[in-house]
Design a protein around this ligand. Structure first.
Ligand code: NAD
Length: 433
């Protein structure tokens, strides 16, 4: 039976390598559509939890996972030998940066090496990890060709960037349009056919580089526009104007403008990291990308600016930061998720501790947080805690926080997200970015 026929009647066996924020929701979607899915992850304890039906991803309910395990449509394993006999393999492994800010594609190379060792004629291999343009053709393709297979004939290879937005209740795997760029036309066609089984709209591109670049452009676009909003916040601070009101005012223009919000800094995997995959590749080719470095520089000044806002507000009350009691509200990098990767809150807490402040934090999505080897437990926000603090510092605007009470009970509130905009406050109580 051809791969096309197996995909169309959903008897194809699919392996998803990497069961994190990207791989697990995708595996679940394929399993729901009736495919036989194996989630492969090198992290044994993660696999054990998944095999027990415990999801670590908020977008995947454990109950749904258990139902799929019970029907046999989903299984999790740490054993790469499970790659043998798969009809399609999708790679969703991490692509971090090295300390030097150069791309680290070692996980992609390791996972693709495993796939190549087990590749069988007729197999489709798709890379979803965000990476620099050329990875699919320069890094992955040779691994398969070394085994004597001809791409587009003996096997199919494509890049299809993941665009998932963890914690977003509106845009899930099914609804987010998918880009597909195959090494040959037959590769594009086969990968697009697979994704059309679970995604409403699939766009076919002429090659993997376009798909790799499109993803990096999307994330660079966000980084640059967030940086512009952050720079506007710095300018507004000097001019004594509310940046929030300026952004809202500009956003009334129904064309040619898209609002971005300032904040305490950027976090998560995509915005702080991915643009460097693009500038690194451009540099190899002799071109120095300017926007990317500048945007990163501005975004990285924000944690320090937040600390200066806090220090000045305390100072105005005759209180030094040293010895002050600071309650940090929200430590994940964005609203409604528990992800603290690259979160500016970690840098801010580190600096507060360095300067001798006493810090507690509360985050309904992050039960514990390790800063400089010290483990903090999330506190319960109540009147006593708010009154204990010299200042409440809002870094993530989770919906669960009761902002009216926070403003009413805290002696001082530093609000970096405009979360308290509708809360009545005595003059000088709330300092906004
Ligand atoms: N998280 C997001 O919001 C998001 C959005 C779009 C794209 N991406 C991209 O998707 C990719 C994956 O990101 P993520 O957030 O899912 O990462 P993650 O860290 O949540 O998950 C990756 C998983 O891969 C596993 N892994 C690593 N090497 C492996 C190997 N050789 N074999 C098997 N398993 C391996 C890890 O144990 C981990 O469980 C990255 O390239 C990222 O840039 C992420």
């Amino acid at each position: 039976m051809s791969l096309k026929a197996k995909v169309e009647d959903r008897s194809a066996r699919i392996a998803v390598v990497g069961q994190g924020y990207v791989g697990l929701p995708l595996a679940v979607e394929f399993a729901r559509a009736g495919f036989q899915v194996t989630g492969i992850d090198s992290d044994g304890s993660r696999v054990q939890a998944l095999a027990n039906g415990d999801s670590h991803i908020p977008d995947v309910a454990s109950a749904d996972l258990r139902a799929l395990l019970a029907t046999g449509h989903y299984a999790a394993t740490a054993d790469p030998a499970a790659l043998a006999g798969q009809d399609a393999v999708v790679l969703c492994v991490p692509t971090p940066l090295r300390k030097s800010k150069d791309p680290d594609v070692s996980h992609v190379v390791a996972a693709a090496g495993d796939v190549a060792r087990h590749v069988a004629p007729g197999q489709l291999v798709v890379l979803e990890s965000t990476t620099y343009p050329g990875t699919t053709e320069e890094v992955l393709l040779p691994l398969f060709e070394q085994r004597g297979l001809k791409v587009g004939v003996d096997f199919y290879l494509a890049f299809s960037p993941e665009r998932i937005d963890p914690g977003n209740p509106t845009w899930k795997v099914k609804e987010i349009p998918k880009l597909v760029g195959g090494v040959t036309a037959a590769c594009t066609e086969m990968a697009a056919l697979l994704y059309r089984q679970v995604v409403a709209r699939v766009f076919e591109l002429s090659n993997p580089r376009v798909a790799e670049l499109a993803k990096l452009y999307e994330n660079t676009f966000r980084s640059v526009n967030i940086a512009l909003a952050n720079e506007l916040a710095l300018i507004c601070h000097h001019l004594g104007v509310s940046v929030w009101e300026v952004v809202e005012a500009a956003a009334t223009k129904p064309f040619g403008f898209m609002p971005f919000s300032p904040g305490p800094g950027i976090g998560g995997h995509c915005i702080p990291i991915d643009p460097f995959y693009l500038s690194w590749k451009a540099r190899l080719d002799g071109y120095e990308a300017k926007f990317i470095g500048l945007a990163d520089e501005i975004n990285r000044t924000m944690p320090r600016f937040v600390i200066s806002l806090l220090t000045d507000a305390l100072n105005a009350r005759g209180k030094p930061l040293k010895g002050a009691r600071i309650l940090v509200l929200g430590v994940s990098y964005k609203r409604e998720v528990g992800d603290t990767r690259e979160s500016p809150a970690v840098d801010i807490i580190e600096e507060l501790l360095r300067k001798g402040a006493h810090v507690q934090y509360a985050d309904p999505f992050v039960p514990t947080l390790t800063v400089h080897g010290r483990v903090f437990d999330s506190a319960r926000v109540n009147r006593e805690l708010l009154q204990w603090s010299d200042a409440a510092l809002i870094l993530t605007d989770h919906r669960a926080f009761d902002y009216a009470t926070i403003v009413a009970e805290s002696p001082l509130v530093i609000d970096t997200r405009n979360a308290t905009r509708e809360c009545p406050a005595p003059a000088g109580r709330v300092v906004r970015l």
